[in-house]
Design a protein around this ligand. Sequence first.
Ligand code: UT7
Length: 325
Amino acid sequence: MTRYSRITGTGSFLPPDLVSNADLVERLAKQGVETSDEWIAGRTGIRVRHFAEPDVCSSDLGLQAAQRALQAAGLSPQDIDLIIVATSTPDMVFPSTACILQNKLGANGCPAFDVQAVCSGFIYALTVADAMIKTGAASRALVIGAEVFSRLLDFKDRTTCVLFGDGAGAVVLEASDTPGILASDLHADGQHVGILCVPGHVSGGLVTGEPMLRMDGQAVFRLAVGVLEETARAVLAKAGKTAADIDWLIPHQANLRIMHGTAKRLKISMEKMIVTVDQHGNTSAASIPLALDFAVRSGKVQKGQTLMLEGVGGGFTWGSVLLTY
Ligand code: UT7
């Protein structure tokens, strides 16, 4: 019998500090940085984002999301035999955020590791978990996207600091006789490292370089629209489906204009796209599982529907997963 993987629970968590565009305009004005709600909402669709308290780490946000996903799946931490955390804002250089989260969750013993593919991280992590379940290496995985991106923001750079937020989303992925994940498609092109990066590292006890998010927004925008269409078409072809089969498109939540552009190119109606970027900002690896959980809990996504998840981000990385929920 063919072994598949299937999402059996979703969860998410947003830190309580809600920062509206108006709040951000006021904060930035104190530093002599000018922006406006009109610019932010008009260019990106973002209206509010959440920022974590200074002592809260990605593992803390991920833990809450994981516990909610486990509850939704009717499982306890001890049932889990694989933990993958997608993050670009790990708690420490090492050990992995997955190991830290595993201990907080009380699921000690199972393999746990991080995946680093920036905003495509959750798509990468879900694909790895699916492959491990299909080979029998795991049966019940927790796949988590968790970020405290506010820590990487340069609040003197208005072209980036208005775009991002903190949060976490998680799914429980279980072995199943029925699909589940239908197909996935992953890519990276390292020649574009410089257009979206945090060019710093730790050396000799010091942070060297420039550990702040730097982005050539227009270059990222142009690449994103093209590759999101390509990967969507590729994953549909792998699964023998067409865009007409998609009930819900759940793209990485970075910019409403990119999301609309992708849906239009694929001829998918805007009503079939899940949008949370207005409420969360860009939460990088957390954005897709956050959007999925909101769609599930609001009753939009129903069992048996076909979902396309797709992400794009630093690296440059991109990819998609097509699944029956
Ligand atoms: O998660 C990874 C994926 N990341 C993304 O998908 C981000 C992709 N890129 C984008 O979403 C867009 O490129 C941005 C939202 C970052 C920028 O939008 P844009 O339409 O490409 O604006 P722009 O960079 O062309 O800037 C237009 C103008 C500039 O002024 P001038 O030179 O025309 O006078 C900027 O200085 O807007 C100005 N500007 C701002 N003005 C007010 C840039 N940031 C701001 C700001 N407030 N926060």
